[in-house]
Write a protein that binds this ligand. Structure first.
Ligand code: 0GZ
Length: 317
């Protein structure tokens, strides 16, 4: 019997494909800008999705990611391992290796990962691991397993990217603060933007950020967080207004610890799929001055992901 590998991966019902033909942003990112949160999916035929995955995406290849990077006026990417690939980092690593030094990565690894495996990942451009606490995406990992991973990555100078929802912060806070390497929080810790940006829930998040000076925050994913929109579609250049006060609070209080990314190809959106060009036009609303934009899009991600690179040399990307 012959098998058709493409048919083996049928998208999760309701899954929206990434937006084809995005507009060109009106906001021009500063020279050397980094899209610090994006993914590659497969292609499934070449890089099969993990058996333990909670969703099956559409394919989104490295070449399509690099084309988007160029179209949006960005220079570099940080490719974050998506849960649909489990701890098989090959699609992400393949993207890093093909990027000519213009992409760094964040991996998912299992406890017991060997020093040799970690060295290979480092050599490919990986600089962190991701711990995911979002229950719809992964089964919970024992804390001891996560501590084991931290001890193994620590000598490499890596950080831990964490994805959790606002309601889980109180329970996670102590554990996260005990992790002895820098932390990077995905998507602002997923605040409920129907609540007050000056209210106790978001204050608890800001207070968590204040607890250490090596906790970073991605002010990303307004399309996921927004309740009232309007969506980044149909030329809307003032999209997701309800998310703006939350992101601005973070950018203004922690200007040297914030990162921004498209989150392309936007896993698990079922409501609408944003036009990535219009999503870039969200940036000046949350980082209104050129100095804040330079920090958010260039200086901060370069400090975290390319700390030793001489990015001014003409032969370097
Ligand atoms: O909210 C999500 O569904 C989501 C999923 C993933 C992933 O599956 O890795 O990554 C993200 O950054 C966001």
């Amino acid at each position: 019997m012959t098998t058709n590998p493409t048919a083996a991966f049928e998208k999760t019902p309701g899954w929206l494909d990434w937006y084809a033909g995005p507009s060109r942003p009106r906001f021009r990112p500063p020279e050397g800008a980094v899209d610090a949160h994006c993914h590659v999916f497969g292609p499934g035929e070449e890089f099969p999705y993990a058996p333990e995955r909670k969703y099956t995406p559409c394919d989104a290849s490295k070449d399509q990611l690099f084309a988007l990077r160029d179209h949006l006026g960005f220079t570099r990417n940080v490719v974050v391992q998506a849960t649909c690939h489990g701890a098989d980092n090959s699609a992400m690593v393949d993207a890093l290796r093909a990027s000519g030094g213009r992409a760094r990565g964040v991996a998912t690894v299992r406890p017991g990962v060997s020093a040799a495996e970690l060295r290979d990942l480092h050599e490919a451009g990986v600089r962190g691991v991701r711990f995911n606490f979002v229950k719809r995406l992964v089964d919970a990992a024992p804390r001891q397993d996560l501590r084991d991973v931290v001890e193994r990555i620590r000598p490499l100078g890596w950080h831990v990217v964490v994805y959790f929802e606002a309601g889980d912060l109180a329970e996670l806070r102590e554990f996260l603060l005990s992790i002895p390497v820098p932390l990077v929080i995905d998507h602002m810790g997923r605040p409920d933007v129907g609540k007050d940006p000056d209210g106790p829930e978001f204050e608890a998040f800001l207070d968590f950020m204040r607890a250490r000076d090596d906790i970073w925050c991605k002010v990303s994913c307004p399309e996921r967080l927004s309740v009232s929109g309007p969506a980044a579609l149909d030329g809307e250049r003032r999209a997701y207004r309800d998310v703006v006060p939350f992101a601005r609070r973070v950018v203004e209080e922690f200007p040297d610890r914030v990162l921004w990314g498209t989150d392309w190809p936007h896993p698990n959106l079922t409501d609408h799929m944003p036009d990535d060009g219009l999503l870039v036009d969200f940036v000046p609303h949350i980082a209104p001055t050129p100095a804040l934009q330079q920090a958010l899009l260039v200086d901060n991600p370069v400090r975290l992901y390319w700390p030793d690179a001489d990015l001014t040399a003409p032969d370097r990307p």
